[in-house]
Design a protein. Structure first.
Length: 262
């Protein structure tokens, strides 16, 4: 049911991508970061702020906003972005999702601390010494952090399918794949549009297929956007990208963060 009569539109969470630039080259990256075209690597801060203003004008509040890439600690304007989000008064919790291999500058660490940003470290165990050093400085600075441990700590990841994944035509299979997907609620803002998940934003370009109407919510700075946003948020439907993804089947796991050369 679409609750278009809500006086206060509360968005529980969404992901904000600052670009697909990453120092890791994971063969099974769900976002296809190793294969991203040049214009996907870094998004201009002014464009991101423009998009966020449209979103913030449409919502009463956002519970959690997660900043990710690629690797967000490669993003040179991350401090300015955090300051803008924190000053908006629209977001309760700001999270940075990092691979734990890059040490932020002292200035950025202070911005993170002052704005109560939570650092979520993906425990790939590729550069454990760097991750350990990052954790130590976060503890020293009294910055909140957590470790995202893959598949119960056994070092495995979902086999969502690589870029050559063949299209699934059967609607029933795709609907079930979407219904059981761990990322079905991973609303992601990237390049002026929302998708159901981060992969969904990048898949058409990387996997070379056309999206269908309703797959994305295109940001528009007009009075109708709030209503369109609410409809998209509450009516969860699979995307064309789901036909080119195997979802998060617990019976089909692979080694997390296998590195490749490109």
């Amino acid at each position: 049911m679409v609750r278009l009569g809500l006086a206060e539109f509360y968005v529980q969470s969404f992901v904000l991508s600052v670009g697909q630039a990453c120092n890791y080259k994971c063969a099974d990256c769900s976002n296809f970061a190793p294969y991203a075209p040049k214009n996907f690597l870094r998004y201009d801060l002014e464009n991101i702020i423009r998009d966020l203003k449209i979103v913030f004008n449409a919502v009463y509040c956002v519970g959690t906003l997660q900043i990710q890439g690629g690797e967000p600690f490669l993003y040179s304007d991350l401090g300015g972005l955090i300051k803008f989000i924190a000053s908006s008064g629209k977001v309760n919790n700001i999270v940075i999702a990092t691979n734990g291999s890059i040490m932020p500058s002292g200035e950025l660490l202070e911005i993170i601390k002052l704005n109560n940003v939570h650092v979520r470290i993906s425990d790939y165990n590729i550069t454990p010494d760097k991750t350990k050093s990052l954790i130590e400085i976060l503890k020293l600075k009294n910055i909140a952090y957590s470790l995202y441990v893959f598949a119960g700590g056994n070092g495995y990841w979902f086999n969502t399918g690589r870029k050559d994944f063949k299209r699934t035509d059967n609607d029933l299979i795709v609907k079930e794949r979407f219904r059981t997907c761990a990322f079905r609620g991973c609303l992601t803002l990237e390049r002026g549009q929302f998708a159901r998940c981060s992969r969904g934003n990048n898949a058409p370009e990387i996997q070379n297929f056309a999206s269908v109407p309703g797959d994305y919510l295109i940001l528009k700075d007009d009075k109708e956007f709030r209503r369109e946003f609410m409809k998209y948020y509450y009516n969860l439907n699979f995307m064309e990208a789901c036909r080119y993804c195997s979802g998060t089947n617990q019976n089909d796991m692979i080694i997390a963060a296998e590195q490749i050369k490109i």
